[in-house]
Design a protein around this ligand. Structure first.
Ligand code: HEC
Length: 155
């Protein structure tokens, strides 16, 4: 084999290698670009508004301890009064929209007493927001969607 032929072959091989390297570099850049775009979209996606301020939650905690815990348990575990369900994530509470819970607190249920005379509107809203902190994000999201049809109301 002549020296020039060998040289040409080596050049061809080097060229193919360089092309392959460029392909990988290009693929790598595309992947990096997509990852950066995904990160940007995740960061700039609208976040849900927090439902309550820290002050509201502190008020809700106080109302809960003074008014609700005697039947529903200090952590919402339920059944201190037989028939009083859990209000945390473990049972059914999160299936009720905001307005229905408000109505129940105002007017009472079968066994639950009406509390509308004891609690202000502000206190009722605060205690609802407080018990919602016990729900999973998925439960809260589903419940908030339902609440669009039966939201909190001005009594
Ligand atoms: C005297 C006991 C008692 C007190 C006090 C009480 N509840 Fe209840 N609650 C019940 C009972 C019993 C039920 C089940 C429905 C019924 O029989 O009225 C209930 C039902 C509920 C439900 C519906 C739960 C479900 O899964 O359907 C919610 C929400 C609730 N109570 C919230 C509260 C909040 C918030 C307070 C305090 C502001 C409170 N309750 C105070 C006894 C009580």
């Amino acid at each position: 084999m002549s020296a020039s032929k060998r040289e040409r072959r080596e050049q061809r091989r080097a060229g193919a290698l360089a092309r392959r390297n460029r392909t990988w570099l290009f693929a790598g850049l595309v992947i990096l670009g997509l990852a950066a775009l995904a990160a940007f979209m995740a960061l700039s996606a609208p976040r849900p508004e927090p439902l309550a301020s820290q002050a509201q939650l502190a008020l809700g905690e106080q109302v809960y301890a003074q008014t609700c815990a005697v039947c529903h348990g200090d952590r919402g575990q339920g059944h201190l009064l037989p028939g009083a369900p859990a209000l945390d994530h473990s049972e059914h509470a999160w299936h009720h929209p905001d307005g229905q819970i408000q109505q129940l607190i105002l007017a009472g249920g079968t066994l639950m007493p009406p509390l509308g005379d004891q609690l202000s509107h502000e206190e009722i809203v605060a205690v609802i927001r407080y018990i919602q902190t016990w729900w999973t994000p998925q439960q809260l999201e589903a419940q908030q969607e339902l609440s669009q049809q039966y939201p909190l109301f001005e009594p």
